[in-house]
Design a protein around this ligand. Structure first.
Ligand code: GDP
Length: 196
């Protein structure tokens, strides 16, 4: 798959407004500011496919991109932004859970977590929802360039140990948009999911 050919399809205010549930979808999720937009831009080699957020948590839209006919990347709204009202947070969590559990075309989930503080409550929730419905997960530990090599490896090891206990098909890799680290691993995983 040529991810450089990815183009924007549409934005949806919530999961009920997504296009028909056919083809193959891979979703990207993460806390606001985790580096999700940067990762999508790096993957697709486009400067502003996904908007990198100056104001974390502002974009509550689901953005859909198409790699090629029937192969979509779904950019889910960032979660965990402190200033979002409780009620909206709850609504979002419910919607995200439903999307993960009910979307037939969804074949994989990429969860992005800042390598300096991974596996926060909502991250764990995302992973556990996915595992519950046998949806494979790739965890990308983002901004790996921010840590020295030793600290980076220690974080990777810790998260890998954590997910081993969770069970399911969960892979963990380091990632840096800045240093173009982990892109090949991400591409290989997406290729695998799209070619099923
Ligand atoms: P999003 O809210 O998850 O979409 O996160 P963004 O992609 O907008 O990134 C949030 C902030 O982290 C921005 O200031 C980015 O420049 C920065 N950032 C993202 N990826 C990296 C990375 O690989 N390395 C470094 N050092 N900073 C990054």
């Amino acid at each position: 798959y040529n991810y450089h050919m990815t183009h924007f399809v549409m934005s949806a205010p919530d999961i009920r407004h997504l296009p028909v549930d056919t083809g193959i979808e891979v979703a990207f999720a993460g806390r606001s500011n985790a580096g999700k937009s940067s990762a999508l831009n790096t993957l697709t080699n486009q400067k502003s496919l996904a908007r990198t957020s100056k104001t974390p948590g502002r974009t509550q839209l689901i953005n859909l991109f198409e790699v090629e006919d029937g192969c979509r990347l779904v950019d889910l709204p960032g979660y965990g932004y402190a200033e979002v009202p409780e009620e909206l947070k709850r609504k979002w969590q419910k919607a995200l859970g439903e999307y993960l559990q009910k979307r037939d075309s969804l074949k994989g989930l990429v969860v992005l977590m800042d390598i300096r503080h991974p596996m926060k409550d909502l991250d764990q929730q995302m992973v556990s929802w996915a595992v519950d419905v046998s949806l494979p997960v790739l965890i990308l530990l983002t901004k790996a360039d921010k840590l020295a090599s030793g600290a980076r490896k220690a974080q990777l090891k810790e998260v890998r140990e954590f997910v081993q206990d969770v069970g399911g098909d969960v892979e963990v890799e380091m990632f840096s948009s800045l240093k173009k680290l982990g892109i090949d691993k991400l591409r290989a995983r997406l290729d695998h999911w799209f070619s099923q």
